[in-house]
Ligand binder design. Structure first.
Ligand SMILES: *Cc1c(COP(=O)(O)O)cnc(C)c1O
Ligand code: SF4
Length: 350
């Protein structure tokens, strides 16, 4: 099917044949709470013959989203606790999030900011709010890095992105500008010469953190979009979420991480799913996650290893959850396990 328009409602999904008409009512209820959007690129990528298609599972809503569990939170990682001015989250001394937009080209069903993003979300910062955000950054010399997130900052026009980059270029203590985005994967044509050019700022090093969760998302078009960014001197890292039914398998994760490295995107974070409302069907236990992640070690190159991360609910920040391979034995020696799970003494007994 030749899809040319984004899908944005339960009706659109029924018309596209991605959900059964019988499910329309329940999905309208989901849509009333959490935004729906699939780009034509992602709609085309769905394998309709596969009932467990990992692309559909990420973007096509499910009635299971109406089940809210007691441990789930509207603000699962505690953004609000650290927001000194609108659009800024300042949790760590040396870096801030700048959330200029709260819309995305796709809406991931497991999104950790699902209560804040979408057409009914927090909207786009107006000119005065942007000025206040830049004033905050200018006034805090400890801010070394500005991380544009949202929403997806690359939905902004090249002109607006250039305005942001020019404002940041004027702030001497900011050395790094990082964008967190899904655009190179879900709308690769948007990454054209004008957009790439807009991301450059004199004196600043630019990183793009690409969010992708399954190797099939890295299509030829997506790979070409990343190459355009990297060839222009922008460094890229990856960001993925460990998701039940999408990538909770060492072979699937290994294929994704290897593909990132092949296209010059350094694997950075693998997130344990956050406690966002109505996302219980995506979550696995920490033990399951640790078991899967420990199987990547040894199986694939060190270049391909992401750090497995949990964002502690309440705004306490990120912590590493990769299982510890080193245990103190109390006699000044350690027990160290190798990638096969075999134990060794350090220093060696003999
Ligand atoms: C995740 C996050 C960052 C970035 O953390 P890194 O470990 O540098 O990738 C910065 N600020 C906030 C509030 C965050 O949630
Ligand atoms: S792109 Fe990011 S912010 Fe947007 S819906 Fe997906 S996870 Fe949420």
């Amino acid at each position: 099917m030749n899809v040319v328009k984004p899908l944005k409602s339960a009706d659109d999904l029924v018309m596209a044949g991605l959900v059964a008409p019988a499910d329309r009512r329940a999905l309208e209820e989901v849509a009333a709470r959490y935004a729906i959007a699939l780009t034509p690129d992602m709609t085309r990528l769905i394998d309709r013959a596969d009932p467990d298609d990992p692309i559909a599972r990420q973007f096509v809503p499910d009635a299971a989203e109406l089940t809210i569990l007691p441990e789930e939170r509207a603000d699962p990682i505690g953004d609000h606790a650290h927001s000194p001015v609108e659009g800024i989250v300042h949790r760590y001394p040396d870096r801030v999030l700048l959330k200029a937009v709260h819309v995305c080209p796709v809406y991931c069903r497991f999104c950790f900011r699902r209560e804040m993003v979408g057409p009914q979300g927090l909207g786009t910062l107006d000119a005065a709010a942007m000025q206040a955000a830049f004033d905050y950054i200018r006034g805090h010399e400890e801010i070394w890095e500005v991380i544009l997130t949202g929403g997806d900052p690359l939905v902004l026009s090249p002109r607006r992105l250039r305005d942001i980059m020019e404002a940041l270029a004027d702030i001497a203590h900011v050395k790094i500008v990082r964008f967190h985005t899904r655009v190179p994967v879900v709308d690769p044509d948007k990454v054209d010469a004008a957009l790439v050019d807009a991301l450059k700022a004199s004196g600043k090093t630019v990183y793009v953190a690409l969010h992708a969760n399954h190797v099939r998302e890295l299509t030829a078009e997506a790979r070409a979009a990343c190459a355009r960014l990297i060839d222009a001197g922008i460094a890229m890292v990856s960001q993925s979420v460990l998701l039940k039914g999408v990538n909770d398998d060492p072979d699937v994760l290994a294929a994704l991480m290897k593909a990132f490295v092949e296209i010059r995107v350094k694997p950075y974070y693998l997130h344990h799913p956050d406690l966002a409302p109505g996302t219980g069907h995506f979550r696995l236990t920490i033990e399951e996650g640790q078991r899967i992640v420990s199987q990547l070690r040894g199986r694939i190159s060190g270049l391909c290893q992401p750090t497995y991360i949990l964002d502690i609910p309440g705004g306490y920040g990120k912590t590493v959850v990769s299982g510890s391979t080193v245990q103190a034995r109390g006699d000044g020696c350690y027990s160290v396990s190798d990638y096969r799970g075999d134990e060794h003494s350090y220093p060696p007994a003999e």
